[in-house]
Write a protein that binds this ligand. Structure first.
Ligand code: CP
Ligand code: NVA
Length: 299
């Protein structure tokens, strides 16, 4: 069987996501106790900071009987110029899977191309597919599914927004976005999603959240954009998800944020710490969904 990667949402089918979520639910409830990664190792390469991704993959690998290795790209020969291709070939001789978080999305595609083992994207400047996959699991737990639901995205058209567009294209739910001018999502990803489902860009963030079932946001300056943070702060004025925004959404709407969050910037404390917020379930679900993912790809 050829090896499978998870570099973007479209690397799996909607039917496979259904099976994956059943497995994740069994893992979450404690019903699943197998150790499919016994004797296997996951190399985790990080070129950017992480709390959730690192800990959930590390703990998840351990719980499945496997061994995780944390590799800071700065401490690897990769950080001194060894090629992605050579790194992929060498790691393929030692370990059974690679999870990577880095800047360039092309680097992850290259790694997946040259590795003989599964490669999982733990975030690039372009995409964050593991996060949106587990966010969909959180949506199905909270709302019973996403059919007929309206998902809203308010704020930066970043890696998270791009992955939500990919998810909308795969599952066909309606996605409404509102981003300041100049901070829209990737144009090709947007057009591809628009060709498959109802995707609308609103100038006014209040219009994007009106009657939405899920309200999503993320930081205004992502990792690597720190130097631009002040300019962004001005550009994003009026895009804070606050209680007035949430009042416009459907009465049972939930609020999601991949974290880390900046209270008072992209989200008001009253929303992220309020009754509609599902952010802690969302963070927990990274563990269960990624366990199901690596058990399927590496098990
Ligand atoms: N949401 C997320 O990926 O968090 P970390 O940056 O802490 O991994
Ligand atoms: N958009 C954020 C997500 C962090 C998990 C970033 O890339 O920094």
């Amino acid at each position: 069987m050829p090896k499978r990667d998870f570099v973007q949402i479209s690397d799996i089918t909607a039917a496979e996501v259904g099976e994956l979520f059943q497995l994740a639910a069994a893992m979450k409830s404690g019903q699943y106790r197998e150790r499919p990664l016994e004797g296997k190792t996951l190399a985790m390469i990080f070129a950017k900071s992480s709390t959730r991704t690192r800990v959930s993959f590390e703990v998840g690998t351990y719980q499945l009987g496997g061994h995780p290795i944390f590799l800071s790209s700065q401490d690897m020969q990769l950080g001194r110029g060894e090629s992605i291709e050579d790194t992929a070939k060498v790691l393929s001789r030692y370990v059974e899977g690679i999870m990577i978080r880095t800047f360039s999305h092309t680097d992850v595609e290259q790694l997946a191309h040259h590795a003989a083992i599964p490669v999982v994207n733990g975030l690039t400047d372009l995409l964050h597919p593991c996060q949106v996959l587990s966010d969909l699991f959180t949506v199905s737990e909270a709302l019973g599914g996403w059919d007929g639901k309206v998902i809203a995205w308010v704020g930066d058209g970043n890696n998270m927004a791009n992955s939500w567009l990919n998810a909308a294209a795969l599952f066909g739910f309606e996605l409404r976005l509102s981003c300041p001018r100049g901070y829209e999502p990737n144009r090709d990803i947007f057009e591809r999603a628009k060709a498959k489902t109802t995707v609308t860009m609103f100038e006014d963030p209040e219009e994007a959240v009106r009657d939405a079932h899920v309200v999503n946001t993320d930081v205004w300056a992502s990792m690597g954009q720190e130097a631009d943070a002040e300019t962004r702060m001005l550009a994003f004025r009026g895009f804070t998800v606050d209680p007035d925004f949430m009042k416009l959404a459907a009465p049972d709407a939930i609020f999601l944020h991949c974290l880390p969050a900046h209270r008072g910037e992209e989200v008001a404390g009253a929303v992220i710490d309020g009754p509609q917020s599902r952010v802690w379930d969302q963070a927990e679900n990274r563990l269960h969904v990624q366990k199901a993912l690596i058990a399927t790809l590496m098990g």
